[in-house]
Ligand binder design. Structure first.
Ligand code: FEO
Ligand code: CA
Ligand code: CA
Length: 633
């Protein structure tokens, strides 16, 4: 996410004017919020989930009690400028920003003087979601999102002056990297030359598929369809492709034309004249007054085939246009189901359900992601919920109400979801599906943050994790039951938080399961709050990654990241013995540590190089166990 200054996190500012219910209202009506604080959820679970939580210890197929799921010794919170992991584990840095994707490519220059042309041949900035597509137990194609660039750290002279060359270098720092990685001698992973290695940037040709065609009048712009931007997190399909999510696309567009005003739909997505990046001042592509439809080409989920380096990325419009956080893909009855959250305060969570078994669509030469129905969630007061279809002609989405066709519904997904009465949530981030019982987990990172008085949870500065079970455990179902899996926070500030010192955390964001059923939780604490007592975050320390047992709710801190950074991205080697995570935006401007400048970019962090004349860089970290065991044991 784009942080232009440390005081305001733009995702925290809602742009949803609808009267739809808010999950806080639901929690309040259910007696779960008292005096603005969410209280323990024990005892309210209605069906299914209660049974799961109370289940007896799992037995192995041999009838013995299974080993404890979380076998490692938890680490303490940290404010160190480094990555920390438990005893018996090691963490290795892989592909930091600027690493050439070919051994013949341009080397990273530590003063950030690489050109745009060089950046196009290097790993992008601000690593986020990723997936390792295995080639063997110890090699694979790693697809990595590059969410944004830090305009202070991306250039030698900072961002006081914006030029076309600087816009081009930023554009090249965004997008996705696909690189072959393999585990060499001594267990170390490295990038290796491969015909698969490529960069997709905000300038790479793309196509549109599904109900919104590239030729749609609202998608016609002065330039051809190019690129993907603000690639937050991602997912992967059962047919071996990567799906990358465009999140805060609005922030790249702006104008100096004082007569320009956003229309209702532009305002609904937060498109405004002011842009922190100011790209529009050097490149008319990003000027909403001069090139008004370019912005409609963003906010989509983009499918990339990592195994075909010539394949053009495809924007799958049936999946809707929102600020997509991630894409959690599962299947039920052979049909693909894709969950995706819209990360802004007061937005919704969605799911797409394919209309036919995905293998059938593939056999017909069609994309399973082009044919199906998009739904948005409504969470009822009584612990039940329903999925409401965003289908032209259904419910309020009719001609009489001003809806033209399905393409219109999808370009204006947020307004369509408003119209059907979806439930507002506290910044929906990642979704994860338990591969065992198909329960679905959603991180809600934090709420409006209007508090800060007697109760720091006013309304929800720490976030929580929602969980639901689709009817009959069928992810295509249109009804579910839900509960709060965990309330994040620190009992020192909020006694209703039931987390011990090994487990306190705040602002959950990344979430995912490993093959053994451990639930991994990653945090992204805004740099307006990180480590600050005034925000109730001093005991929590830097951002962290924790492992949870979904049955017992035991949670243990596993990894902490350097100053200013968040931890994001989660994938494993085929044997489960190497875990890949991303350290994003180390050294970013921070209320606690200060502001980097072109003269001293190291004010907050100097990870991972610690070069006295270098600068902090986002990077992938590979965690392995010294005894060669599985991660988390
Ligand atoms: Fe890309 Fe919601 O963080
Ligand atoms: Ca995120
Ligand atoms: Ca976040």
């Amino acid at each position: 996410m784009t942080r232009v200054n440390a005081d305001v996190d733009p995702d925290d500012v809602p742009s949803n004017p609808s009267d739809n219910g808010h999950i806080r209202d639901v929690l309040s009506r259910r007696g779960l919020i008292k005096g603005g604080t969410v209280v323990a959820a024990a005892g309210f679970m209605t069906t299914g989930l209660a049974g799961a939580a109370a289940a007896a210890p799992e037995r192995t197929k041999h009838g013995h009690h299974a080993k404890k799921l979380l076998g490692f010794k938890a680490i303490a919170p940290s404010t160190d400028d480094r990555v920390r992991v438990p005893e018996g584990y090691t963490a290795q840095v892989l592909i930091p920003w600027g690493t050439p994707i070919s051994s013949k490519g341009p080397k990273f220059k530590k003063d950030a003087s690489n050109t745009a042309a060089e950046q196009r041949q290097q790993i992008g900035a601000h690593h986020d979601g990723m997936h390792l597509f295995p080639l063997s137990k110890t090699s694979g194609l790693l697809a990595v999102n590059h969410e944004y660039v830090d305009t202070t750290l991306h250039y030698k002279d900072g961002d006081a002056v914006i030029t076309k060359e600087k816009v081009d270098k930023a554009v090249a720092g965004h997008g996705v990297s696909v690189v072959k990685v393999q585990q060499g001698k001594h267990g170390k992973w490295e990038l290796v030359d491969s015909r698969y290695n490529r960069r997709i940037t905000a300038d790479t040709p793309v196509t549109f598929s599904g109900p919104v065609k590239g030729s749609h009048p609202l998608l016609r712009a002065k330039n051809p369809a190019l690129g993907t931007i603000n690639n937050c997190s991602s997912g992967y399909t059962p047919w071996g492709t990567y799906v990358t999510c465009e999140e805060n696309f609005n922030g790249y567009f702006g104008t100096e034309d004082t007569s320009w005003k956003p229309n209702t739909e532009e305002a609904r997505y937060g498109v405004a004249a002011a842009s922190g990046y100011r790209w529009h001042t050097a490149d008319a592509r990003w000027d909403v007054a001069k090139n008004p439809h370019e912005v409609n080409r963003f906010g989509w989920i983009v499918e990339i085939d990592p195994f075909n380096p010539k394949a053009t990325p495809v924007k799958r419009t049936a999946l809707g246009r929102i600020k997509h956080e991630n894409a959690a893909v599962t299947e039920s009855h052979g049909r693909v189901v894709l969950y995706t959250g819209d990360d802004q305060d007061g937005e919704y969570v969605y799911k797409f359900v394919g209309d036919k078994p995905w293998r059938l669509r593939k056999a017909l030469g069609q994309s399973p992601l082009d044919h199906g129905t998009l739904y948005v969630a409504k969470f009822n007061d009584d612990g039940t919920g329903v999925w409401l279809p965003l289908k032209f002609g259904k419910g309020p989405l009719t001609k009489q109400n001003g809806w033209k066709d399905q393409a219109d519904v999808l370009i204006r997904t947020r307004s369509a979801a408003d119209a059907v009465g979806a439930t507002k949530l506290d910044r929906p981030e990642w979704v994860a599906v338990n591969p065992g019982n198909k329960d679905v987990y959603l991180t809600l990172t934090n709420g409006a943050g209007n508090g800060g008085k007697a109760n720091p949870r006013t309304p929800n500065p720490y976030g929580h994790i929602l969980r639901w079970r689709e009817k009959h455990g069928d992810n295509t179902a249109l009804a579910f039951t839900w509960d709060v899996f965990v309330l994040a926070g620190d009992p020192a500030y909020d006694p209703t938080v039931k987390l011990g010192p090994d487990a306190i955390f705040g602002s959950p964001d990344g979430i995912g399961f490993d093959h053994d059923g451990r639930l991994w939780i990653q945090t992204d604490i805004s740099n307006s709050s990180q480590t600050l007592a005034s925000r109730g975050y001093d005991n929590i320390g830097n951002c962290a990654m924790l492992a949870a047992d979904p049955k017992t709710k035991e949670i243990k801190r596993f990894l902490t990241v350097p100053r200013g950074a968040e931890v994001t991205g989660l994938t494993f080697s085929a044997d489960g013995r190497s875990m890949f995570v991303n350290v994003q935006h180390p050294g970013e401007v921070s209320a606690a540590w200060g502001a980097p400048t072109p003269a001293n970019p190291r004010v907050v962090s100097n990870w991972p190089d610690f070069d006295p004349s270098g600068r902090p860089r986002s990077a992938t970290v590979v965690v392995t166990k010294k005894d060669g065991g599985k991660i988390g044991t």
